[in-house]
Ligand binder design. Sequence first.
Ligand SMILES: Cc1ncc(COP(=O)(O)O)c(C=O)c1O
Length: 384
Amino acid sequence: MRGVRVGYTFSARADCVEESGIRKMLGLARPGAINLSIGEPNIEPPANVRAALKRAVDENRSTYGPSGGIPELREAIAAKLRQNWKEARKENVVVTVGASQALFAIAHIFYERGDEVLVPDPGFFLYGAHARIHGATPVAYRLPAENGHRPTEEDLKAKIRPKTRAIVINSPSNPTGMAFRKSDTKLVSDLARDHDLLVVSDEVYDELMFDRRHETFLCEAEKLVYINSFSKTYSTTGWRMGYAAAAEEVAKMLSKTTYHMLACPPTTTQYAALEALKPETDGFVKKMVQEFRERRDLMVKGLNAIDGFRCPNTDGTIYVFPSYKFKLSSADLAMKLIEFGVVTVPGFNFGELGEGHIRICLGARRADLEEALKRLGKAAEALK
Ligand SMILES: Cc1ncc(COP(=O)(O)O)c(C=O)c1O
């Protein structure tokens, strides 16, 4: 049989972005390694939500649905949003295939060639990639460790230029685990209003806050696209359910774009997502937050007890983001840690200010986290 041809020329759009550094690390995990790289909660989804998915299959809810999502789910999401945004209606909501698709679609409908888009540093890999794919230039705004990984007015003001189109916010943050205070949301919203910027607020970890209230951008920023997901809150990362909320004209444009990308979000899974929003699931979320609070405490204390690592207490999410004092790049340190049987993500993947850190995901059994700490301790000893 003849093989397939090689030597294709790809579009500049596709070729301008790299494979995700997180996925690369995942591929390096050896048997017996403790994998703390991929951002998943490792908790079974709630029983009522799993049952709803099975029911939807059995009842043959298997047809195409509306591009923006089934109306029941959009209404249930709007009802949840009304806690912070009184006027939210289903017409403001679009169901997406994870927050990932929402973010891509937003870049697609808003960013023009030559635009600049402010993205967090350290921050989630997709924001800059999506800007580049759409011909825009990502410009990093700083979330320095010495400022608790929160923005500074001076830096933001210096980064806003005539070509700046949007600012992407992610609080609480992947990878730092730190969250904005009210003063931060006000600062960003005021600057966005004064410079007519779109605020893209990725709040997928909003429920996973440990010691303080989450500060949302809903009803704070004027031109806002709000993003959330079922992936982390209900531990359903593989179900690919997320959503965006915005002014009706934006929701309509996102819906139209969804149609051209993928016709509609999966119908069956939307019935499970609908179940997730019922009050019966609140207990699951509370328990999960408590579990991650305890894992955070374990990891922060354990890392700070190892000479060579320093780990600030995080506000939320499923990550910690320690710095280290070994004379190695984060890429080399992460490779060294693999030799000791722990897979992490080197901080450089999250931007320039991520260098000098590693990201550790808390989505592992506590016994594995304890074992990982022992291995990290041995690695630190060897690196002295
Ligand atoms: C900050 C942030 N936004 C978006 C996503 C994508 O989430 P989803 O599974 O909903 O596509 C992730 C996943 O890790 C994330 O960390």
